[in-house]
Design a protein around this ligand. Structure first.
Ligand SMILES: NC(=O)c1ccc[n+]([C@@H]2O[C@H](COP(=O)([O-])OP(=O)(O)OC[C@H]3O[C@@H](n4cnc5c(N)ncnc54)[C@H](O)[C@@H]3O)[C@@H](O)[C@H]2O)c1
Length: 273
């Protein structure tokens, strides 16, 4: 049976911008009570305002999801104010977009904290109640760069490979426990949210830069259908058979597809939100 979101509490991290904002609005329109965790107060207020103006239910909490004590604290508040959280969407993410040698230890640590540890911390605090009630859904927004290492994304690829691996290991544990708790992992290529402004794709008919509205709609549909994995665009699935090739051929194919040139003109948000 598909997920029915009506009157369910959904927590989404990084929901004040990009696909998180669009997913939050869409899920709220489907009847869910959206609880958005973010560090950007202005954007958080804006999206909550938009949800409420649409006649739906939305709430915002300032929380650095890379910080375990802040996550523990916000969980207590959410439990008190809203009750059981049925769906957790780990979506918050950051990108530095620099060559490894140019990255500072602080930048590397921030990427791992937000893209990897945050999803582990939120799962740590929200999963026990799902286990207790034997229902729930964990959603992890990883990346295609969590399936293939990409130049100028060493910290990001490392963080997203880890996020993908975490999702898989938790899925295995939940199946061993025979729990009625679903998991969904999403591995998108580029989406035009602004996070990756400046990136270029070589073969856009195979690897297009996705429109944020279409990407968010696909993710919401995957969550609704309780799909365990969504790779988009479909070309991303070819990474699995390609991995059977000898490494020099795999690397040649990645370079031919232009993967390692995508980030050459990366600008990102550079201060704008
Ligand atoms: N945009 C893409 O091309 C793309 C591709 C693949 C995967 N993704 C992943 O999708 C997710 C969303 O991407 P987006 O493009 O919508 O990004 P975005 O930059 O538009 O939004 C990210 C949000 O996360 C919030 N955030 C950052 N650090 C935080 C922290 N410590 N605690 C709480 N919130 C924090 C930001 O304030 C922002 O609102 C990310 O995990 C990203 O890695 C994006």
């Amino acid at each position: 049976m598909d997920n029915d979101f009506s009157n369910k509490n959904i927590v989404i991290t990084g929901g004040a911008s990009g696909i998180g904002r669009l997913m939050a609005k869409s899920l709220a329109a489907k009847g869910a009570n959206l609880i958005i965790l973010d560090i950007n107060q202005a954007n958080l207020d804006k999206v909550v305002g938009e949800i409420v103006d649409d006649g739906n239910n939305g709430h915002g909490y300032i929380c650095d999801v890379g910080n375990f004590s802040e996550v523990e604290e916000v969980k207590k508040k959410i439990s008190h104010e809203h009750g059981f959280v049925e769906v957790l969407i780990n979506n918050a993410g950051v990108i530095t977009g620099k060559y490894f040698l140019d990255l500072s230890p602080e930048e590397i640590e921030m990427t791992i904290r937000v893209n990897t540890l945050a999803g582990i911390w939120t799962t740590k605090v929200f999963l026990p109640e799902m286990i207790e009630k034997n229902r729930g859904h964990l959603v992890n927004i990883a990346s295609a760069a969590g399936l293939v290492g990409v130049a100028k994304m060493s910290d990001y690829s490392a963080s997203k490979f880890a996020h993908f691996g975490f999702d898989e290991a938790i899925r295995m544990e939940l199946k061993q426990m025979k729990k009625n708790i679903h998991t969904t992992v999403i591995t998108p290529y580029f989406i035009n949210t602004g996070m990756f402004d400046g990136v270029k794709t070589r073969f856009s008919f195979l690897l297009p830069i996705m429109d944020e509205k279409k990407a968010a709609a696909k993710i919401v549909k995957a969550i609704e259908k309780k799909k365990e994995r969504l790779m988009m665009p479909p070309m991303v699935y070819t990474l699995f058979p390609l991995r059977m090739l000898p490494v020099p051929i795999f690397d040649w194919v990645a370079n031919f597809m232009g993967i390692n040139d995508t980030m050459k003109n990366f600008v990102g948000r550079k201060g704008k939100q």
